[in-house]
Design a protein around this ligand. Structure first.
Ligand SMILES: [Zn+2]
Length: 382
């Protein structure tokens, strides 16, 4: 067994209706002025107003920043920092899926330490703590409420820059399953598969350890066992609870173990073609799991048992059975079966390979991969 260190430097609060505990958390943080970072979609469904009303009724000033693109940009962050400074906020609430979380983390970083996102790209370049953050996920999910990373797109080069620092981990993760029970089916499906991939890539990662394995296994059990029912009926409360906790555990696992080729290769797809993160990952999943089969040390069989609809595996199990099961999962959930189906074109493959190879996740993938391998995988998934 390799040496490892495992830390969860935050409070995770779970419960149906726990959204109402937001003022209580802000009071614990001694916060009198807060910036709420969210997006126009969540304003439309009334969640932003619900949050601001709740906070203001508790005597805390609340300002909103909602101008965020699906794949947030450096410009979005700079505008959010301006809003943060103008209102004199002392902490940040991130309410949403991955986009608002990424912007909130980067905003806290720049508001505290100055400069621009580009200055902090990479591993542990943040010099110290940032303003306290409360993260409230509205999908299940990115796991971003417990992770150390913020992904921001450079609009000119289309490169998705990742800042990874333990200082970006929000102080509180507030998990209220009620918030995901009105999600559209397509978003529930894409985010749900993405969270399964977080657990699976962490489980297969070269940086995994017994703590992250335990988290990843439980995450795969909860997500694999509930994703179909949840996408079928988002008002299924039990399925929503299991998806929310599963997504969070997957986030804890990959915050330490990091990910693999699926995430390394999906970021350029979203950067160049604007494909939603979860959709890009889900499409790549069967192709890369097939490629990684050569490195399997018996874990594929366990993953299969978490995701299979049919009977559990026996000694006749072969890795292609997992690949087939993951294809079936995508199919059942209405996920397209090729990159070309979501508008990805061959001409960008060389640039996408270059960007994918810059990702630290390539190094954690169970099978070593060169640029040529990554190019072959893009072509195969096309
Ligand atoms: Zn992801």
């Amino acid at each position: 067994m390799k040496e490892f260190q495992f830390t969860i430097p935050q409070d995770v609060i779970f419960g149906k209706g726990s959204f109402d505990r937001l003022p209580e958390i802000l009071e614990k943080l001694n916060c009198k002025i807060v910036l709420l970072v969210s997006d126009p979609g969540l304003q439309k469904v009334g969640l932003v107003d619900r949050a601001t009303k709740l906070i203001r009724e508790a005597g805390i000033q609340c300002f909103e920043f909602l101008d965020i693109q699906a794949n947030p940009t450096v410009h979005n962050v700079n505008e959010a920092v301006k809003a943060f400074n103008e209102c004199g906020a002392e902490s940040i609430i991130a309410l949403g899926g991955g986009g608002p979380m990424d912007v909130a983390k980067a905003t806290g970083l720049i508001a505290t330490h100055g400069g621009t996102v580009i200055d902090y790209v990479g591993l542990e370049k943040v010099p110290g703590p940032v303003v306290p953050m409360v993260a409230i996920p509205t999908t299940a999910g990115t796991g971003s409420e417990v992770t150390a990373s913020s992904v921001i797109t450079d609009s000119e080069t289309k490169f998705k820059m990742t800042v990874i620092s333990r200082y970006l981990i929000p102080s509180y993760a507030l998990l209220d399953p009620d918030l995901i029970m009105t999600l559209p089916a397509g978003i529930a499906a894409a985010c749900g598969v993405d969270s399964f991939i977080h657990a699976m890539e962490a489980y297969l990662s070269k940086m995994g350890n017994p703590f992250t394995d335990a988290m990843a296994e439980k995450a795969m059990e909860l997500i694999g066992g509930n994703i179909r029912q949840f996408v079928a009926s988002r008002d299924n409360a039990e399925a929503a609870c299991n998806m929310m906790v599963g997504s969070n555990l997957a986030g804890v696992a990959f915050a330490s173990a990091l990910l693999g080729n699926i995430h390394a290769m999906s970021h350029p797809i979203s950067g160049f073609f604007g494909v939603a993160h979860g959709v890009a990952n889900a499409i790549l999943m069967p192709t890369i799991v097939e490629y990684n089969a050569l490195a399997d040390n018996g874990r594929y069989r366990k993953i299969y048992d978490y995701v299979t609809l049919g009977k559990k595996s026996d000694d006749s199990f072969t890795p292609d059975m997992l690949v087939g099961e993951l294809r079936r999962l995508n199919q059942d959930l209405g996920i397209p079966d090729s990159l070309s189906a979501v508008g990805v074109t061959e001409d960008k493959i060389p640039e996408m390979v270059t960007d994918a190879m810059k990702s630290g996740n390539i190094l954690r993938n169970p099978r070593q991969s060169t640029g040529k391998d990554v190019e072959m995988l893009y072509r195969k998934a096309l």
